[in-house]
Design a protein around this ligand. Structure first.
Ligand code: DAH
Length: 367
């Protein structure tokens, strides 16, 4: 027969079971034991209360109800306490202050960027201005103004990527000292138009920048222009269809071939060390006269002469194209491959490595 004492005993039993429960599994077992639908002690108590004589049923009902509320709230308090402990318990071992710190992985600058910056620093110290230029070009700047008219066989020297659709560029005004001139246009194109001559090709050399710069600036000129160029070459150990060049141009009164030689010898000795040998060998370029290929030999790397680039005295036809007086001004120009320089500096024997983006290659060059 259920009575108030039996209910009080059940409450004590529950409190004892609860305090013995130390895991969530224990807690679940206590819940099942007291609140389980089938055979749970509290529902069983309710059944007994319902069967009790009418005169005590009401009081017993209230006590049973209190017990149920007590059991439920104690169980949920304990569950929360256990959850908190579990959270704290798993967090604790994660923080091991004795472990060495992790060094964050930082990126590396590309070897071609490092080389380009070294080249720019050397010419910067010599007082050169450093220019960027467009990679899409028109025939005029890439060929014609460089003394390579349409039927000129020299155009066969470079296999060109032509654009399927001419690319209309908007003229970006560049601060020059020839404000009257439309810097981006061929002569004869209305200077008031904001439209440049459409590009029809990917530039095959940075020499196109010689014309662009002179169109916007009067002498004295002392510039280098690094950038990407494109040719229809197949990929192999020494060729990529896109590569980088550095163009140089100096124009003034009394600029001589001795200045050209002195500049390139100074530049290459600065970059590779004063022990290198440099020779100039006569050759032909339509935009220079005389023209010279530049060869370098580094005795510490072996007896071979390596071709570093082309150079020469600016052909008077270029001055005529840009409206400089060829009787008054002379100049020299040169063009060099950046990959070739990087390959020599870093001992890389396959040009393709620069463009494969293999981190194992890239991370060898430091920041
Ligand atoms: N444009 C030449 C090339 O792509 C390199 C060159 C030769 C540039 C002679 C020059 C130069 O400025 O004077 O191979």
């Amino acid at each position: 027969m259920v009575d108030a004492a039996a209910i009080a005993k059940l409450r004590e039993a529950f409190a004892a079971d609860l305090s013995a429960a130390t895991t969530t599994r224990d807690l679940q077992a206590v819940r099942d034991r007291y609140l389980g639908r089938k055979g749970g002690l509290v529902p069983a108590l309710w059944a007994e209360v319902a069967a009790a004589p009418v005169d005590v049923r009401r009081d017993l009902g209230r006590l049973a109800n209190d017990l149920k509320t007590f059991v439920e709230s104690e169980l949920s308090d304990r569950r929360r306490a256990l959850d908190r402990r579990a959270a704290a318990g798993t967090a604790a071992p994660q923080t091991d202050f004795s472990l060495p710190g992790r060094i964050p992985r930082v990126g590396y600058r590309h070897p071609l960027t490092l080389v380009r910056e070294r080249i720019e620093a050397i010419f910067g110290r010599m007082g050169y201005e450093i220019l960027d230029g467009p990679e899409t070009e028109d025939d005029y700047h890439n060929f014609e103004a460089l003394n390579m008219p349409r039927e000129h066989p020299a155009r066969d020297m470079q296999d060109t990527f032509y654009l399927g659709v001419p690319f209309q560029r908007t003229v970006v005004p560049v601060g020059g000292n020839r404000p009257g001139l439309m810097r981006d246009n061929e002569p004869g194109v209305d200077a008031s138009t904001p439209r440049a001559t459409p590009a029809t090709l990917l530039r095959t050399h940075t020499s196109a920048m010689q014309i662009r710069y002179m169109q916007g600036h009067l002498p004295p000129v002392r510039v280098i222009s690094p950038g990407r160029v494109y040719r229809r070459d197949n990929l192999d150990q020494t060729h990529t269809p896109m590569f980088q060049q550095i163009e140089g141009l100096v124009v003034g009164e009394h600029v001589t071939m001795a200045d050209l030689k002195g500049t390139l010898v100074g530049f290459l000795s600065d970059l590779f060390g004063s022990g290198v040998d440099i020779v100039f060998r006569p050759t032909f370029f339509p935009y220079t006269e005389p023209s010279a290929d530049v060869f370098m030999r580094d005795p510490s790397l072996g007896p071979r002469w390596l071709e570093m680039g082309g150079s020469g005295m600016v052909h008077p036809a270029l001055f005529e194209a840009v409206g400089y007086d060829p009787e008054r001004y002379t100049g020299f120009a040169f063009g060099m491959g950046v990959e070739r320089i990087a390959m020599l500096l870093f001992g890389v024997d396959d040009i393709r490595q620069f463009y494969e983006n293999d981190v194992r290659f890239l991370e060898q060059f430091g920041h």
